[in-house]
Design a protein around this ligand. Structure first.
Ligand code: IVH
Length: 704
């Protein structure tokens, strides 16, 4: 096994541990270093690139049309019911159909996503197709390849595990994956019917958290919101650019397999449960909540438990699926009208409640977006008390024709967020008036609200809207950003009101304003000490967090990480043009424009300057750690504009290169800034390659 094979095997193992087992054993940084090394090796040896390489998940080609593909066997749907009595009747019919033979059931979660079929040929993912009408669906292969929990190559049980049909006891270290450069030894252990053609079906879905994040971003942009994780998943699978799909973090769970062995043993074993175990062994994510039930009582108990616990799952389910475990018995029962007789779905009711809309208030976000919010008479729904619900924007309120004092229905069904779904018109008060968006921001500055052409959002036009400042401060001090202990919502509110905080940089002056803080309600020497310590500690937060904390529009945590890896410090970012920013992989025009606008604003520039003075980490520290420059010696000379000498040196060392003071034959590169003198001459004399600062930067970017 050479280095390329080794890196691929390692990356597949870590993908599996991270995305399927949710138990990563290395840091993101270590993973990135392995990934980068493989990318570099593949760039140097393009003939070695294979479609199943971990670097080949995300294709850069856009999809023009989704071709329709016929399923080898129709994708059936499930009979479903909201009634327990009907579940009992179904169990009766199954027993009758099997002429009283003993029967075992498997209860699984009914994932609220989209059904997908994935075909593997010779162990390699060859095609992924949506359910469509059950007979044929859309070819979404390029998009599905980006789902990290979907293996591009099947894992085959290693020699140490007894057989593919045995329940999965082998640990991840024992997973081996097919490679497209077959190795006879590996393939001989794989059952032939898996090697040739193998179809797995399951559900694509999205985690609630990922959905909420996506919607928050859409809301901030003033884009149309996604209704629920399921719709978002459907929309995502139909994206034309696989790179956009990769960003949305879809999940997959397998629940059916067809390995075309022989008719008596569809899949791998004689039961559904064994098939699931085998799927797990082959590297697929399989629901962990699968349970064997022997009778109606056990099935009901399972349904009750999931109905009660569904809110504690990190994703949406809309019921429980009950299946006959024995595959022979499944065949015996057969199917009717596009649904198998051997399975049924028990569906949970969407959770609804009625309450009164007492008011519509406005909320100001950190970028100035002003959103209407429904103030509700508190009501209990799906385990929590609801007293507010976002109304998103003016159009949303008008579409529902919501009026203050209306009785409304709120729902928390396939959706994560409680939302108002309708008005009970019979209960409308005769004097209820249609609602209009106020013309001015609630910030008290009499600043008019402005709705830009083509956007659904209104913005406060006041440059120092205190509500916007509060939101910005909350974001800055928040757990994901600077994580300042002692500076929560309440403290921020107090400090803004007292005039102690008018912008982000004022935070770092708070320690010198002890007496003023102590004069405020609820502040004592001890709590001030805690605050001061929290502020002090935040100064060591890494650059990427600081950049994120600034609250630049479209610069979320991920983008902040990418930017801080591509530029050595905040000055370099501030000076970068839109072009230079978009040259960085994954930074699009919208982000670039927003960054440029931010730093062009003198108020923001001043703010950044003050934060710099306060001692925040506004430059990259040498923690990138890769081997990209191993064995290379650089000499820096002349004046560099976007780095200090030390930062440039650190960037070289972080990539395992050497920065030397004098030019010799052993020097690989001389980086020459303005007014370079004798070292540049010497380099030219010895024929050592000379890099401009931009070329050097590009080299650093290419090797993060
Ligand atoms: S089995 C012939 N198992 O529910 C059996 N389906 O309403 C086919 N679904 O189209 C499906 N979770 O998209 C099965 N654990 C599960 C499921 C599941 C969700 C979806 C699937 C199917 C739909 C039918």
């Amino acid at each position: 096994m050479d280095r390329i094979d080794f890196l691929r095997a390692e990356l597949r193992k870590h993908d599996h541990l991270y995305y399927v087992e949710a138990q990563p054993i290395i840091s993101d940084r270590e993973y990135d270093a392995l990934f980068r090394e493989l990318q570099d090796l593949e760039a140097a040896h393009p003939e070695r690139i294979t479609p199943d390489s971990p670097t080949q998940r995300v294709s850069g080609t856009a999809i023009n049309t989704f071709n329709s593909v016929r399923h080898a066997t129709p994708m059936l749907s499930l009979a479903n019911t909201y009634s327990r009595a009907e579940i009992e009747q179904w169990v009766g019919r199954v027993i009758q159909g099997l002429e009283g033979a003993p029967v075992e059931f498997v209860c699984e979660l009914k994932y609220d996503g989209l059904a997908l079929s994935i075909v593997y040929e010779h162990g390699m993912l060859s095609r992924a197709v949506t359910r469509g009408d059950g007979e044929s669906g859309d070819d979404v292969t390029l998009n599905v390849r980006t789902i990290k929990s979907v293996p591009l190559a099947l894992a085959i049980p290693s020699l140490s595990s007894p057989s593919a049909t045995a329940p999965s006891t082998n640990t991840n270290e024992q997973l081996q994956f097919f490679t497209s450069e077959p190795n006879d030894h590996d393939q001989s252990t794989a059952p032939e019917h898996i090697v040739n053609r193998f179809e797995v079906r399951g559900e694509v879905y999205m985690l609630d958290d990922d959905f909420l994040k996506l919607n928050a971003e859409a809301e901030e942009r003033g884009d149309k919101l996604f209704a629920n994780p399921r719709n978002t998943t459907a929309g995502t699978l139909k994206q034309k650019d696989p790179r956009d799909v990769a960003k949305r973090r879809l999940q997959f769970v397998a629940y059916w397999v067809d390995a075309q062995a022989d008719a008596s043993t569809r899949g791998f074993g004689s039961t559904h449960q064994r098939n699931l175990d085998a799927l797990r062994t082959l590297g697929f994510p399989v629901g962990r909540e699968v349970r064997i039930c022997r009778n109606v009582d056990e099935i009901m108990q399972c349904i009750d438990e999931w109905d009660a616990q569904r809110d504690s799952l990190p994703f949406q389910i809309d019921g429980v699926v009950i299946k006959v475990n024995s595959l022979a018995q499944q065949d015996q029962l057969g199917s009717v009208a596009r649904a198998p007789r051997w399975a049924i779905a028990y569906k949970f009711e969407a959770k609804k409640a009625q309450t009164v809309l007492t008011d519509i208030t406005l909320q100001v976000g950190r970028t100035g977006v002003v959103t209407p919010v429904a103030e509700l008479q508190p009501v209990s729904l799906a385990g929590s008390t609801i007293s507010r619900a976002t109304l998103h924007n003016e159009d949303f309120v008008h579409e529902l024709d919501l009026r203050i004092s209306d009785t409304v229905i709120i729902e928390k069904g396939g959706d994560v967020i409680p939302k108002i779904v309708s008005v009970v018109l019979e209960k409308r008060k005769p004097d209820a008036q249609p609602w209009h968006m106020p013309t001015h921001c609630p910030c008290g500055n009499h600043s008019p609200l402005h709705r830009p052409e083509g956007e659904a959002n209104y913005y406060c036009t006041h440059s120092s809207c205190p509500w916007q400042i509060r939101r910005r401060l909350e974001h800055f001090a928040g757990r994901d950003a600077m994580d300042i202990d002692g500076l929560g919502e309440r403290a921020i509110d107090q400090f803004v009101q007292a005039g102690l905080l008018t912008n982000l940089a004022d935070i770092y002056d708070l320690p010198s304003r002890r007496a003023e803080i102590l004069a405020l309600d609820r502040w004592a020497p001890k709590s001030v000490d805690k605050l001061v310590a929290g502020i002090e500690k935040s100064k060591s937060q890494p650059f990427e967090r600081v950049l994120y904390a600034l609250g630049i529009r479209f610069v979320g945590e991920g983008v902040a990480k990418i930017i801080t890896r591509a530029f050595p410090n905040i000055d370099a970012i501030a000076q970068a043009s839109e072009q230079e920013l978009t040259a960085v992989h994954e930074i699009g025009a919208r982000i670039a424009q927003s960054v440029v606008e931010f730093f062009a604003d003198p108020t923001e520039a001043d703010l950044v300057h003050r934060l710099q003075q306060a001692g925040l980490q506004l430059h990259s520290t040498s923690t990138i750690a890769s081997d990209a420059f191993k064995g290379l010696t650089f000499v820096l000379t002349g004046e560099l504009t976007t780095f200090t000498r030390r930062e440039a040196q650190e960037a070289i060392e972080a990539r395992s290169g050497k920065a030397s003071g004098s030019v010799s034959k052993k020097t690989n590169y001389v980086v020459a800034g303005a007014n370079a003198g004798s070292k540049l001459d010497k380099a030219q004399e010895l024929g050592v390659p000379v890099l401009t600062e931009e070329e050097f930067r590009a080299m650093l970017d290419a090797s993060v």
